[in-house]
Design a protein around this ligand. Structure first.
Ligand SMILES: Nc1ncnc2c1ncn2[C@@H]1O[C@H](COP(=O)(O)OP(=O)(O)OP(=O)(O)O)[C@@H](O)[C@H]1O
Ligand SMILES: [Mg+2]
Length: 236
């Protein structure tokens, strides 16, 4: 027993993500609606994981907790060895800004900014000094096939193009952890393959990637599938 708990402690400190007993409820009026019912999940550095499960099962809710965009009702989330409930706001902002790249399910692009400016946006408050940020933004947009759309606003882009801008933006600060919520959800099969090849390359370079997907085709790219059903991990 003692051995187990000390092993799990060591693992929690070394793993990129260590989640224990994570519960999340939303308050609707005076009713508390439980969504996540006690999630345990450890992710090692360099793993590429797919989170799958039916619509409404809690996948985005879980992703938001991992990315510290929302707080758990109970349970703990450790990121890179740090307990996210106890670290300071500054430390949390640094972790989010430098280490995590987020691709949101609904893109969350800023409508008054161009594609290029959207990709640059996460670097306005912080960036790794050694990088040539404007060039990197252009390179990333080129990589995802949007070099001829740098100055288009989100409303002047198709759904799939917006999604690709969101992916380029998530990579601008060269994050070690990429959280991608349905990154290929609006793309045709050729574009999906292009994006998955980008993620595969990042995986080979040692980045940790967690991707929510509905597409069983994506299983071939990942090390492990985590299945969520009704707010619980169901991998049996
Ligand atoms: N802010 C919120 N307030 C209240 N309920 C919410 C909120 N966000 C999500 N929910 C509820 O939590 C449940 C899980 O939502 P979530 O977005 O995590 O599902 P999902 O697995 O990502 O689904 P999808 O595959 O459709 O994206 C849903 O029933 C949803 O209505
Ligand atoms: Mg979702």
């Amino acid at each position: 027993m003692v051995g187990n708990s000390s092993n799990s402690y060591v693992s929690d400190v070394l793993d990129v993500i260590a989640i224990h007993g994570l519960k999340k409820s939303y308050n609707l009026g005076d009713m508390e609606v439980p969504i996540l019912h006690g999630i345990d999940l450890n992710v090692k550095k360099g793993e590429f994981i797919a989170i799958m499960g039916p619509s409404g099962s809690g996948k985005s809710t879980l992703m938001n907790m991992i990315g510290c965009l929302d707080r758990p009702t109970s349970g703990s989330v450790r990121l890179m060895g740090k307990d996210t409930s106890t670290i300071s706001d500054n430390e949390l902002a640094e972790l989010r800004g430098f280490e995590i790249g987020f691709v949101f399910q609904n893109f969350n692009l800023i409508s008054r900014l161009s594609a290029y400016e959207n990709v640059l946006f996460p670097t306005y408050s912080n960036s790794k000094n050694s990088m040539n940020i404007p060039q990197r933004a252009k390179d990333l947009l080129g990589l995802i096939g949007l070099d001829d759309r740098l100055h288009h606003k989100p409303t002047e882009l198709s759904g799939g193009q917006r999604q690709r801008v969101a992916i380029a933006r998530s990579l601008i600060n060269d994050p070690s952890l990429i959280l991608a919520d349905e990154p290929t959800g609006n793309l045709d099969s050729k574009a999906s393959e292009d994006i998955m090849n980008i993620f595969s390359d990042l995986h080979k370079k040692g980045r940790t990637i967690i991707m929510i997907t509905h597409d069983p085709e994506m299983e071939k790219y990942v090390d492990r599938v985590v299945l969520i059903k009704d707010g619980r991990i169901d991998n049996n």
